[in-house]
Design a protein around this ligand. Structure first.
Ligand SMILES: Nc1ncnc2c1ncn2[C@@H]1O[C@H](COP(=O)(O)OP(=O)(O)OP(=O)(O)O)[C@@H](O)[C@H]1O
Ligand SMILES: [Mg+2]
Length: 284
């Protein structure tokens, strides 16, 4: 059997004592993996990516017991991380070329490139179809172009494992398709991929594998197996139904767990009678 790229055993993380963000996470990431992590806001998806990448590591001293379990990585594993676009400072005065250049290992904040580095950066930009944007300021890109630029930046690290945080948030359907295809091509070329997404139907359902989590892993497997009403209810705590469309699961809001329509339309619904009367009859 091929050695896994990464394995977590009994992983538990808290930023503050007594408030666990991840608990008992046991995940094995095999070569060739292409998985999505889904879960509600605050369920620990970004934290998990940062732990996998090593940006959050076990402290040398841990008197508060903030860290549990282990993360093992295959020797020499090369990883690259594509952050959520919303977290980027787009006013940072760099061009697309410079931004990709600075992502290379050991390059740091140095704007001059050797001929070899220049070639590597332009090859990565070309691979993502944005070579003609090399000289443009990073602010002057569309969402899809920004995403491609960060993918190019990640590729210059020649990663075995690519970790992406919400790669399709805030992009239109066409760009989402393009990003999904691009990631599929990268995966076919031998790069393992783990991403997070809130897009159950547009993204998650199209991936080979999903991890549903909410502090703990609730289910792990192909979308057809894990996108089920009970798993989604356990993950999101809201009523979701799953329909079958040409063999693909389609997640829809069941309305269970949300206010009934009448309550949404009636501004006084749920208020005590006295409060409901207030304001309504003051013109009399
Ligand atoms: N640096 C930090 N310090 C303290 N608490 C943090 C920190 N980063 C995240 N948290 C908390 O940890 C929990 C998990 O956050 P995380 O960002 O991992 O969730 P997420 O699943 O990525 O959410 P979203 O879908 O909104 O991106 C949240 O309650 C968050 O407030
Ligand atoms: Mg997040």
């Amino acid at each position: 059997m091929i050695e896994p790229l990464l394995r977590t055993v009994g992983l538990g993380i808290a930023y503050q004592q007594g408030r666990p963000v991840l608990s008992d996470i046991n995940l094995t990431i095999e070569p060739g993996e292409f998985s999505g992590i889904v879960g509600p806001s605050g369920s620990g998806k970004t934290t998990l990516l940062r732990v996998l990448m090593g940006a959050i590591a076990p402290p040398r001293r841990d008197p508060q017991g903030l860290w549990q379990g282990t993360v093992e990585r295959r020797a020499g594993l090369r990883m690259a991380y594509v952050p959520q676009l919303e977290t980027i400072n787009w006013d940072f005065p760099v061009t697309v070329f410079e931004c990709v250049l600075m992502g290379r290992p050991q390059h740091g904040v140095r704007f001059r490139a050797s001929a070899t580095e220049r070639d590597e950066v332009m090859t990565a930009l070309d691979r993502l179809g944005i070579a003609e944007l090399a000289g443009r300021h990073i602010r002057e890109l569309s969402g899809g172009q920004q995403q491609r630029m960060f993918l190019a930046r990640a590729l210059t690290r020649q990663p075995d494992l690519l970790l992406l945080d919400e790669p399709t948030s805030g992009v239109d359907i066409t760009t989402r398709h393009a990003v999904l295809h691009l990631l599929g091509d990268l995966n076919a070329s031998g790069i393992s991929i783990i991403l997070t997404t809130h897009d159950l139907n547009g993204m998650a359902a199209h991936l080979p594998n999903l991890v549903c989590m909410n502090q703990r892993v609730i289910a792990h497997g192909p979308p057809a197996e894990v996108l089920t009403a009970p798993v989604l209810e356990a993950t999101f705590g809201a009523g979701l139904d799953v329909l079958n469309h040409l063999g693909m699961p389609v997640v829809v809001d069941s309305g269970r767990g949300a206010p009934a329509t009448g309550e949404l339309l009636d501004p006084h619904a749920g208020l005590p009678a006295a409060a409901a009367g207030k304001g309504g009859g003051t013109d009399d």
